[in-house]
Design a binder for this molecule. Structure first.
Ligand code: ADP
Length: 497
């Protein structure tokens, strides 16, 4: 199997795509020489094949990461130097923005304008964590005059990272940034649906100067390579973003093996609440963006919309018009807002939920069917008259499908909003600041947006309450998920026991 392929994107023309496993700063085939197909979701055609990592390759990658962790990376590379590598990588990501965005669109199907936004956010995130690298500080803790105490935040060790396909590069940056800033080494597995951009990222990391073994990136299947990572005895921490079902499996495997530390960023069914006094035009824009951004393939998608009774009818009419105006089509068209779903499997799952919603008696206000006859496109879909017990109000659909319900009082909508096992995000639309703060405080969610939606920042912690996960990514908080605190206690005087 060749380790590179000559591919083409409609935007940037020909380019060289690495297809091997990236271990120890080298491109290698898997031990079993397996490969899998990479599919373009807009055309359903095969783009290329990439090497598939099996358990044996996970062992090799972990050994490389362990060796690097035990070498100069930990013993003599200064924190400042780690920051320089990350900053240089951010520069290279920016320099290659057009190619990275085009490959992301090709492989994932996201619109090119959104893909450019993703890559910009990726570079910002890596640059931000580059800035943190030499600011990982402990404390001195004054206990008594007979001793001196301080804490250090040391790297956890070899970190296994498993990411999903909805934001292939961004999810990688959220994990790799804080892990490398704090001096860990990494084995990252991309999602099998979208391996291409991660391999380009690996090449740029090598160019930025990271020593061999510090960052290893493999393509592989969840149930094989992902499972091997979760159960590995020499991985010290596993960070996962994906479905709640797989999150549970990973946590079990971590518990049954070496009790590696676990952080999980899982599913959501986030409430988006519109009060009578909201600026209705703005609220409709944010509700539309909240559910249809990235084709509804966001863990924090605003997939449950609650509208107060005074504006309900007006809101629904205007929202329908807005959803119908979203451009669905070729990801490489600059005017496209919504591309295809990532895979046939996701397409079938979403269409299954749409059929379920119809059967359960909800009303299809717009959409509810396939768009076109090639590619995994689904029309933006609004269900109204949705009750709290319906599957489409309870389960994560992960597609361009929103469930809308009416509410009367603030108290009632807080209960409706919190009626979920998840707790990733929520939003409140109102012009009354007191309502905004009161309701934000009551909602059980890791992020609450007021008069907006989906506005994430590398500096703001992100993660979930309840079954939406464990731990936080981004911001300063992410650093603590990648460090172990060591307390050092020095005796100066006093009794000897
Ligand atoms: P989705 O259902 O959205 O595809 P998944 O949770 O299945 O999300 O996948 C997210 C990531 O988890 C992918 O990288 C996938 O390969 C990986 N994965 C899937 N199953 C397992 C598993 N049993 N153990 C570890 N990783 C897995």
């Amino acid at each position: 199997m060749p380790l590179f392929a000559q591919l083409k994107t409609p935007l940037t023309g020909e380019y060289t795509q690495p297809t091997g496993l990236f271990i120890n700063n080298e491109w290698v085939e898997g031990v079993d020489k397996k490969t899998f197909d990479v599919i373009n979701p807009a055309t359903e055609e095969v783009i290329t094949q990439v090497c598939e990592a099996t358990e044996k390759d996970v062992d090799i990658a972990v050994a490389a990461a362990r060796k690097a962790f035990n070498g100069p990376w930990r013993t003599s590379t200064t924190p400042l130097q780690r920051g320089v590598y990350l900053t240089k990588l951010a520069d290279l990501l920016e320099k290659n923005l057009d190619l990275l965005a085009a490959v992301e669109s090709l492989d994932n199907g996201k619109s090119i304008t959104m893909a450019r936004g993703d890559v910009t956010a990726v570079a910002n995130c890596i640059r931000y964590y580059g800035g943190w690298a030499d600011k990982i500080e402990g404390k001195t803790i004054d206990i008594n005059p007979e001793s001196f105490h301080y804490t250090r935040h040391e790297p956890v060790g070899v970190c296994g990272q498993i990411i999903p396909w909805n934001f292939p590069l961004l999810m990688l940056a959220w994990k790799v940034g804080p892990a490398l800033a704090t001096g860990n080494t990494v084995v990252l597995k991309s999602a099998e649906q979208t391996p291409l951009s991660a391999l380009l990222f690996a090449g740029l990391a090598k160019e930025a100067g990271f020593p061999p073994g510090v960052l290893n990136i493999i393509s592989g299947l969840g149930r094989i390579a992902g499972a091997a990572m979760s159960a590995h005895m020499d991985i010290d921490k596993i960070a996962f973003t994906g479905s709640t079902a797989v999150g549970r499996t990973i946590m079990k495997a971590a518990a049954a093996s070496n009790l590696k530390k676990v952080t999980l960023e899982l599913g959501g069914k986030s409430p988006n609440i519109v009060f009578d006094d909201a600026d209705i035009e703005q609220a409709i824009s944010w509700v539309n963006f909240g559910i249809y951004f990235n084709h509804g393939q966001c863990c924090c998608a605003g997939s449950r919309v609650y509208v107060q009774e005074g504006i309900y009818d007006k809101f629904i009419e205007a929202f329908k018009k807005r959803a119908l105006a979203n451009n669905v089509g070729d990801p490489f068209d600059e005017n496209t807002f919504q591309g295809p779903q990532v895979s046939k499997m996701q397409y079938d799952r979403i269409m299954g939920y749409i059929e379920e919603g119809k059967k359960e008696g909800a009303t299809v206000a717009v959409g509810g069917e396939r768009h076109g006859d090639k590619g995994y496109f689904i029309k933006p879909t609004i269900f109204t008259d949705v009750t709290s017990k319906m599957k489409i109000m309870q389960e994560e659909i992960f597609g361009p499908v929103v469930a809308v319900a009416k509410f009367k009082t603030e108290e009632e909508v807080i209960a409706m909003g919190n009626d979920s096992a998840y707790g990733l995000a929520a939003a409140v639309h109102t012009t009354n600041i007191t309502t905004a703060i009161r309701v934000s405080n009551e909602l059980r969610a890791g992020t609450v947006w007021v008069n907006s939606y989906n506005l994430l920042s590398h500096a703001l912690p992100f993660g979930g309450f309840g079954e939406s996960g464990i731990g936080r990514e981004l911001g300063e908080e992410a650093l603590y998920n990648y460090t172990e605190t060591k307390s050092v206690s020095i005796r100066l005087a006093g009794p000897i026991f």
